[in-house]
Design a protein around this ligand. Structure first.
Ligand code: SF4
Length: 335
């Protein structure tokens, strides 16, 4: 039986689990092997995930399961993503949807964000959490590689109201060599589909000399979907099978970001200490609408929010935002 949660479209049986090893076939249905089981949860700032235009300032419960449908050379979470999930069964945490939402409430979180591995491999579990979160008034967001089928992407767009899609590259050679998928076509299709139904940001991990030549083409593609999609150019810190590679030059990549910055309303460059590319500027007049600082390694933090009501403090032009600005220490969930 074919699994249509992602474009790998693996053949599954009762004992054959597909590429991600997270689903199996049972009685003519595709079912999860590890429903409601989790490898990680913890509290984090929404900016570190990264989301810069969704619930700015929010405290999030960041959660993850195991497994992935990609095999990225530079995976940052290989310990839980690249191992056989069955080997983690003893340490995975059994947390029912209502209990996960209760954890979010207990820790004063304004949102739950799936951001450790790929949500496509755990969609039924995530749908159950979303139902409980909705009843509690808590927003749900995720990071995704965007390789779902049209059906599962539609489901993803119903589960999550804010999504950050990783657009890692465009060339088929890159997709094969670095991600182990044949092409980026489904990802482009799904970015456009998701942007029609929920808040979308896009992150591109940049590898100097490998995919930085595609930055103009990626910016143009995103602008063709929506000019106000926030684009995070992410300085890749090589991990997993790229540990021996050098760190990308901040100066060289800054010049490339400078060259594309006017193609979209909001272009950021971060994942290193002291980036000057982490503030939100008004696309109309250039005034700072949200100031942030970067501690590197995804440790970004909101400093001052000037965009009350989604308006520029200087010219009153629109600033694209989803959700309210919430103070990190605000006790009540406000979604
Ligand atoms: S979700 Fe997993 S099992 Fe299903 S098609 Fe994708 S990789 Fe294969």
């Amino acid at each position: 039986m074919e699994c249509d949660y992602c474009e790998r479209r693996c053949r599954l049986g009762p004992d054959s689990f597909g590429y991600c090893k997270m689903y199996r076939q049972e009685g003519g249905r595709i079912v999860e092997r590890f429903p409601d089981r989790w490898c990680a949860y913890g509290v984090s700032r929404v900016e570190t995930i990264p989301f810069y235009h969704a619930w700015p300032g929010a405290r999030c419960l960041v959660v993850g399961t195991s497994g992935c449908n990609f095999n990225c050379r530079y995976c940052a979470n290989a310990e839980v993503v690249k191992v056989d999930p069955a080997g983690l069964a003893d340490i995975m945490l059994d947390i029912a949807p209502e209990a996960m939402v209760a954890k979010a409430r207990k820790h004063g979180c304004h949102a739950i964000v799936f951001a450790v591995n790929e949500p496509t491999v755990s969609l039924p579990t995530l749908a159950r959490v979303a139902e409980a979160a909705k009843a509690a008034g808590i927003a749900m967001g995720c990071l995704t590689n965007g390789y779902g089928t049209p059906r599962s992407t539609a489901l993803l767009g119903r589960i999550f109201s804010f999504v950050n899609v990783s657009l890692k590259g465009l060339a088929s050679e890159f997709c094969v060599d670095y991600l182990s998928v044949p092409e980026a076509g489904p990802i482009l299709r799904n970015i456009a589909a998701l942007a029609r139904v929920c808040h979308v940001e896009v992150t591109t991990p940049v590898i100097e000399g490998v995919n930085d030549q595609e930055m103009e083409a990626m910016a143009d593609f995103l602008a063709g979907v929506r000019r106000d999609i926030p684009w995070h150019v992410f300085r890749l810190l090589p991990e997993y099978r790229m540990q021996q590679e050098h760190y990308p030059s901040i100066e060289a990549l800054s010049a490339k970001v400078e060259a594309v910055k006017n193609r979209l309303d909001y272009v950021y460059f971060h994942n290193f200490i002291g980036s000057r590319w982490v503030n939100t500027h008004c696309p109309s007049c250039g005034a700072v609408a949200i100031s942030r600082h970067s501690l590197g390694c995804g440790g970004d933090k909101l400093d001052t929010f000037f965009a009350a009501g989604g308006r520029c403090p200087s010219c009153n032009g629109p600033i694209a935002l989803y959700g309210e600005h919430v103070a990190w220490n605000a006790k009540e969930a406000t979604a």
